[in-house]
Design a protein around this ligand. Structure first.
Ligand SMILES: [Zn+2]
Ligand SMILES: [Zn+2]
Length: 169
């Protein structure tokens, strides 16, 4: 008499291979899916920084993490073409807001020549390092030189609090 003991382990048991981090799926999913999943987690797309706009910002990239621009596509297109949108105030400057050295070092650019350069060299910087914090006091237009230097000197962007902007009056 042999008692047939069926082993109760039919699960294939997915042994985690080499990577210890739980990668949800190795399958490449579309941007649309990426967006849907991200929104399903309760996230929201930040709003365009420009007063009177109210549209959602452009998403630069969804993967591996969402990377947001500060403006919607309509505003950035208008700004690059030097156009205005009725009822909307474009916040991004065509100069470096560090021209007076508010970051603790002077902007090396000639302030009389800011307008000569394409707007691409001016970046929107989030003072607190949080790219979803699109409130105007948290945003500053920096030329790419100042932006890079700020990033290097401050290292941790999060340590650069708005309060440290007013260290000297
Ligand atoms: Zn906009
Ligand atoms: Zn600058």
């Amino acid at each position: 008499m042999s008692s047939s003991s069926s082993s109760p382990s039919p699960s294939p048991s997915p042994s985690p291979s080499s990577s210890p981090s739980p990668s949800p799926s190795k399958v490449k999913i579309s941007k649309k899916e990426e967006k849907k999943n991200w929104l399903a987690k309760g996230n929201t797309i930040p709003k365009c920084i420009n007063d009177g706009c109210g549209k959602c910002v452009t998403i630069r990239d969804w993967y591996p993490l969402p990377s947001f621009k500060t403006e919607c596509s309509r505003c950035s297109t208008a700004r690059k073409k030097n156009k205005t949108i009725e009822g909307v105030t474009i916040h991004k400057k065509k100069y470096c807001e560090n021209m007076d050295g508010m970051l603790g070092f002077m902007c090396p650019m000639d302030r009389t020549r800011y307008h000569e350069f394409p707007s691409d060299i001016y970046h929107m910087d989030h003072l607190d390092g949080n790219h979803e914090n699109n409130t105007l006091p948290n945003l500053m237009t920096l030329c790419s030189i100042c932006h890079t230097r700020k990033g290097k000197e401050c290292g941790d962007f999060n340590s650069f609090k708005a309060s440290s902007r007013i260290h000297k009056v």
